[in-house]
Design a protein around this ligand. Structure first.
Ligand SMILES: Cc1ncc(COP(=O)(O)O)c(C=O)c1O
Length: 364
């Protein structure tokens, strides 16, 4: 008997596996596996979300006008060139569905965000990984892998899971080396955490090019991951394409309302930024003192390399932390099995994790 068959290639896709959220027998685990916010959402965003409860029988504004205007005011951008998505994940998918298909290539950096190769496969395109230098995107290696079939280059800046970034000059050099027909998608999900003079999220590049798209999210510093909200800043022609491709009501009404309140609560973002600066440095220092090597992260997580011996390796560390109620992220899916990625949580959480890792590394 014949059964329905999906399109060729779909059964070759390894589904994305998110960070774990539960530990059996632990009521409130310390959750540091998904780079969520340490401090939680702005009280103003929560109030806006609650205030919407009586209105959820109505369709949301399909054009997300108020939210696009609020984002435009906050960042000095033209709202007409902003397209909102149900998380930046949806915008990654929309870009791929719009600009790539079977026979096309989608270029990304070897340890770039996994959704790029996974989503490239969903449209039948071939993901092409360029090697990195010191766990950092390598502009020359990326440019060497551009072919006539390349349609999109995805760069997470800063990158998840490595925490490393490209400065504005390097990003401009990558753009200058690409054919004008190739979309450069700069995914700045962690932009608000960065504290470096040579970093620029990418809006300036979008303004002077026809082929650059900047992706942003409300899931990280704005702490609205559960609502699924992201946005793209695009050249007009690309905004037009994404608006044709997206579903008409892709952002739900509570997300629109909370997003407006969140983007206007500048103080909440500043608090979250300052918190991250402090605890990223503190936690990195503690891990270094334990002899663990770290990539120099500018985001809200660290990537820690564990020793190779069975008693101290990343798998053993993951299990030890889990037994102590702490969830971190294994990195095997990224080809980095010697590493764990650990998000920056509250101060008390980071102190617990550091003390637990101290026990792990010094246990006999
Ligand atoms: C680099 C990067 N891009 C995009 C996303 C997806 O974010 P969203 O929640 O907006 O879909 C993540 C989430 O972890 C990420 O790390």
């Amino acid at each position: 008997m014949t059964t329905p068959q999906p399109r060729p290639g779909i059964l070759d896709i390894s589904p994305y596996i998110g960070g774990e959220a539960k530990i059996e027998g632990v009521e409130r685990p310390i959750r540091l596996a998904s780079n969520e916010s340490a401090l939680g959402p702005s009280p103003k965003a929560m109030a806006a979300y609650r205030a919407l409860a009586g209105e959820i029988y109505r369709y949301p504004d399909g054009g997300a006008e108020e939210l696009r205007e609020a984002i435009g005011r906050r960042h000095g951008l033209d709202p007409a060139r902003i397209v909102c998505g149900a998380g930046s994940d949806e915008l990654i998918t929309l870009l791929l569905r719009s600009y790539a298909g079977p026979g096309d290539e989608v270029l990304y950096s070897r340890h770039g965000f996994l959704m790029y190769p996974i989503n490239a496969q969903t449209v039948g395109a071939t993901p092409v990984a360029a090697p990195e230098r010191a766990l950092t995107a390598d502009v020359d290696a990326l440019l060497e892998r551009v072919t006539e079939r390349t349609r999109i280059v995805f760069i997470a800046n800063p990158n998840n899971p490595t925490g490393t970034y490209l400065g504005a000059a390097e990003m401009a050099r990558l753009h200058a080396g690409l054919p004008s027909s190739v979309v450069l998608a700069i995914d700045a999900a962690y932009a608000e955490f960065v504290n470096r003079n040579d970093y620029e999220p990418g809006a300036a590049l979008v303004d002077r090019a026809e082929n650059v798209v900047l992706l942003r999210t409300f899931s990280k510093i704005y702490a609205l991951a559960g609502l699924r909200l992201g946005w793209a800043y695009c050249p007009p022609a690309i905004a037009d394409v994404l608006n044709r491709m997206r579903s008409p009501f892709n952002i739900n009404a509570p997300a629109l309302a909370a997003g407006v309140a969140a983007v206007e609560d500048v103080a909440a973002v500043e608090r979250a930024h300052a918190h991250n600066q402090h605890w990223l440095a503190w936690f990195s220092g503690r891990l270094a003192a334990l002899g663990l090597s770290l990539t120099p992260s500018v985001a809200n997580f660290v990537l820690a390399r564990f020793p190779d011996d069975l008693a101290r390796n990343a798998d053993a560390a993951f299990s030890f932390l889990q037994r102590h109620g702490i969830l971190t992220r294994k990195m095997g899916a990224y080809g980095l099995p010697q590493y764990l990625r650990i998000s920056i949580g509250t101060g008390a959480e980071m102190e617990r994790v550091a003390a637990t890792l101290d026990d792990f590394m010094t246990a006999r």
